[in-house]
Design a protein around this ligand. Structure first.
Ligand code: HEM
Length: 308
């Protein structure tokens, strides 16, 4: 089997026009039979909601945090490298670490069907977990964030995508590490910048989404600070970000898949930490991270086996 055939389908595909993000925290004293039952319902929900409209490409991607895994699957090999999200601080910038044991990302072209899938997941998992957050993300214009820049352009495609985000061998070949952060935009402050200042902050042009030349890019640009190079090799991640919210409060769900979770930590540290010249990622002056959680998204066969 090819690596990408082992992955849960939603991991390797682009974000859909509607995406629902459901976070759950486990209850106390859960029993193994209810865990198996709940996991087995994921495929049932996916099948029964999808069949209402086969054109909507509904997928449910399921991840487990380190704490979640230890409680749900105490007798199953722990995914090497899975760690809780590390809180980070520098200056007045802050990445909080927040609770989450199970994470679902429901993608399709229909908000109503995503909602229905989420509703049933909440119901079927209610014996073992409580849903603590349910965010509905959407495609805005030509894949823009609500700060009006196109997001996802530099994502890897084809073989490079699979290599960058999927575990290459071992028990969990085809699995992926996922970091979720919910960001709220400081829209008024962002809108007060000139277009040139906004472009310098992101490192790309606003309207045409073209990368600014290396010699003109600012050292504090988001695409300078988020880009990670290890031993002269650029490390890629797959960002399936989507905006969410309304005109009063909104932001971006950062949804980052990567094969080596240490690289995600390094990239986040690079963004938040002021270097020797005082440069950090200036995008962080205009957005506030309100959540931060790490998950492991096991290969599809893991869910099929656990769910029986
Ligand atoms: C509010 C949160 C965020 C927003 C609005 C945002 C937006 C963007 C935009 C507009 C781009 C340029 C277009 C593209 O290549 O996709 C970009 C690039 C990128 N972002 Fe973010 N981003 C956010 C958070 C993050 C976080 C938390 C990371 C984690 C490390 C990250 C990693 C990257 C990477 C690796 C690139 C590509 C850099 C390159 O190779 O040029 N972003 N982001």
């Amino acid at each position: 089997m090819n690596l990408y055939e082992l992955a849960q389908p939603g991991v390797i595909t682009n974000p859909a026009s509607h995406v629902e993000y459901l976070t759950m925290v486990l209850k106390e004293n859960i029993n193994q039979a209810s865990v198996t039952k709940a996991i087995s319902e994921i495929t049932n929900v996916q099948k029964s909601v999808s069949q209402k409209d086969n054109t909507c490409n509904l997928s449910i991607t399921t991840g487990f945090s380190a704490n979640g895994w230890q409680i749900l699957f105490p007798n199953i090999e722990f995914p090497e490298g899975l760690k809780p999200f590390e809180e980070m601080k520098d200056g007045n910038r802050y990445f909080p670490a927040t609770a989450g044991d199970i994470f679902f990302m429901i993608k399709s072209s229909r908000l109503d069907l995503n909602y229905q899938a989420a509703k049933y997941l909440v119901k079927f998992f209610s014996g073992i977990a409580v849903a603590t957050e349910d965010i509905q993300g959407f495609k805005y214009l030509d894949d823009r964030d609500l700060i009006d820049f196109v997001d996802g352009t530099e994502n890897p495609v084809g073989e490079l995508r699979y290599k960058s985000i999927l575990v290459a061998d071992g028990t969990y070949k085809g699995g992926s590490f996922l970091t979720i952060q919910k960001y709220i935009d400081k829209q008024t402050m962002w809108d007060a910048l000139s277009v040139e200042e906004q472009e310098n902050t992101i490192g790309r042009t606003k309207m045409d989404d073209i990368e600014i030349d290396e010699d003109k890019k600012k050292p504090y640009a988001h695409n300078v600070k988020a880009k990670l190079t290890v031993n002269d090799e650029e490390i890629k991640m797959l960002r399936q970000n989507r905006p969410f919210g309304n005109a009063l409060e909104h932001g971006t769900m950062f949804v980052g898949f990567i094969a080596n979770p240490e690289h995600m930590v390094a990239s986040l540290k690079q963004m938040i930490t002021a270097d020797e010249n005082g440069n950090y990622d200036h995008l962080l002056d205009f957005v506030t991270a309100t959540t931060g959680t790490n998950y492991f998204v096991p290969p599809q066969s893991f869910l099929d086996n656990v769910g029986g």
